[in-house]
Ligand binder design. Structure first.
Ligand code: GLP
Length: 255
């Protein structure tokens, strides 16, 4: 069953991002101070950019020991070089890791961050090792999740099983097209990806879903009327998580 809950609706993208950053920072401070460690599940795409920007500003004002902060990403294109400006590795480097290391020298992104390796020679071995890494870290404390216009989460496209684990997937043509805005042309978009499975994502202790802008309104509308999760909409499984929050802006809200 899905639980009944309402999304937190913010006036605009900046307010949504600032609020999401405050939530992540509070959890991070609590995790580091009480457990001595915090595992942040990261997402890429346009939606979490504002959260990372605000998070860096907040953390710049804190004297927090970030040597026990770990970040673990949902997904990566496959194959792709880490140095490719469109790789999710590169996205994280420029939007979070480097700016964070610049304001807090205790954060060593070389050893504290994990993204599925788009350069792996054996994708299956890489996916199994990624699952092991997450387990060894004690699981994800809070997972940030964006939503694709077709309802995908990470790169779990419609039809992905609820108990799926980290694996290689083929992207839907709508996803390739949506993401071609970041690449020179549609032909340059990798057609495969390595992604945490829906089952992997649901094991996070807490999930923070972000959605902004008109383009996300139809998929959110489809979510709110569901009574049961469905494989047709991967994001619908998030509704069954006991600790999930949706932060959306007015444009993404349906009338
Ligand atoms: C990509 C990513 C997803 C992301 C989605 C939405 O396909 N794999 O993790 O949530 O796009 O992206 P955006 O935030 O740019 O709308």
């Amino acid at each position: 069953m899905v639980q009944s809950f309402s999304p937190h609706v913010f006036a605009d993208y900046d307010q949504l991002s600032a609020a999401a950053a405050r939530v992540v920072m509070e959890k991070m401070v609590m995790g580091i101070e009480t457990k001595g460690k915090f595992v942040l599940g990261c997402a890429t795409g346009s939606t979490p950019e504002g959260l990372y920007k605000h998070l860096i500003s907040l953390l710049a004002k804190q004297d927090l020991d970030l040597s026990r902060l770990y970040t673990v990403n949902l997904d990566e294109y496959f194959p792709i070089k880490r140095s490719d400006p469109q790789s999710y590795y590169h996205f994280m480097l420029t939007h979070l890791w480097q700016p964070l290391a610049a304001v807090n020298s205790s954060f060593d992104y070389q050893s504290q961050t994990f993204v599925p390796n788009g350069e792996a020679t054996d994708a299956d071995t890489e996916c199994r090792a990624y699952e092991e890494k997450i387990k060894a870290m004690g699981g994800v404390d809070i997972q940030i999740v964006g939503i694709g216009v077709n309802g995908h989460i990470g790169f779990n496209e419609p039809g992905s099983p609820a108990d799926s684990r980290t694996r290689t997937v083929t992207l839907e043509s709508s996803t390739v097209e949506a993401n071609s805005r970041f690449f020179g042309s549609i032909d340059q978009v990798p057609k495969q990806a390595l992604t945490m499975g829906i089952g992997t994502i649901l094991e996070a202790k807490e999930i923070l879903v972000l959605a902004s802008g008109k383009a996300k309104a139809p998929i959110l509308k489809a979510l709110w009327v569901l009574e049961e999760p469905t494989v047709a909409i991967p994001a619908s499984w998030l509704l069954s998580h006991p600790q999930v929050s949706f932060f959306i802006d007015r444009e993404a809200q349906t009338e």
